[in-house]
Ligand binder design. Structure first.
Ligand code: TMP
Length: 234
């Protein structure tokens, strides 16, 4: 499908219109930001890895009954996806304490939960993506009660599928962020699943193989992304 004018440029991706209003092309960049854009940098090769990894995982999820926006990989950085209306929620699933959970609640990083948690942030850069609950999401009219129920149920199913997949590659899925969209009255998985949006730890050493290496200035950021690519084999 023909790529037309740019519709939007985000922190990590650009979105282009196509001749069909139901489809857009996403183009992944090497730009990296953290802390709501305060920290800026480049992770060489990240755009390619995040694009290929998201497509690989979205196809795995589709095979297992999860509806996603994935349509067709165009090349290593660009993918044709369904044009959804994004639900302005960042849906975070956690299996192990880390990041903002550990900081806010005083729980040591690495503490394993008996059950996964699902939380929502309001996707709003001006407010710094604040943590909200279901009632807030309803009050703000971000989604309907039925949509919230569907999003939570899909997020937990996706967690089970991804956890099982990653552990086969000797990676622990610590936590991750999902975004959902509306497409012809259906909620489907959108955005990306990549080392930018997941915490991925080596099964044996807990070595961090994700964007925390950039956020926390740990070095070997490119190496970690390349290692995930090698282990997943995409
Ligand atoms: P957090 O512990 O900082 O709340 O992050 C939880 C997960 O969400 C982690 O895997 C990183 C991911 N994440 C994003 O994808 N985008 C964001 O803007 C933030 C803050 C976190």
């Amino acid at each position: 499908m023909k790529q037309m004018e740019q519709m939007y440029e985000g922190k990590a991706k650009k979105v282009y219109r196509t001749e069909d209003k139901d489809y857009v092309i996403v183009s992944y960049k090497d730009d990296a930001t953290a802390f709501n854009g305060l920290k800026k940098g480049t992770i060489l090769g990240k755009g390619e890895i995040n694009n290929l990894m998201s497509n690989h995982l979205f196809q795995y999820l589709e095979k297992n009954g999860i509806k996603t926006h994935f349509e067709k990989e165009i090349n290593s950085r660009n993918t044709l996806v369904k044009a959804v209306e994004i639900v302005p929620l960042e849906v975070i699933v956690r299996n192990i304490a880390a990041g903002s959970f550990s900081k806010r609640l005083g729980v040591e990083e690495g503490t394993v939960f008996e059950n996964p948690t699902v939380e929502f942030s309001y996707k709003n850069d001006n407010l710094g993506d604040p943590l909200i609950n279901d009632d807030f999401a309803l009050a703000l009219k971000l989604a309907t009660r039925e949509e919230i129920k569907e999003i939570k149920s899909m997020a937990l199913k996706i967690n089970e599928l991804l956890k099982a997949y990653f552990i086969e590659c000797n990676i622990k899925l610590v936590d991750f962020k999902l975004e959902f969209g509306r497409f012809h009255n259906q909620i489907i998985l959108a955005d990306e699943i990549s080392p930018d949006t997941c915490r991925l730890w080596d099964k044996y050493t807990n070595e961090k193989l994700d964007k925390d290496r950039f956020r926390r200035d740990m070095g070997n950021v490119e190496g970690a992304y390349a290692e995930v690519r090698k282990r997943l084999g995409f």
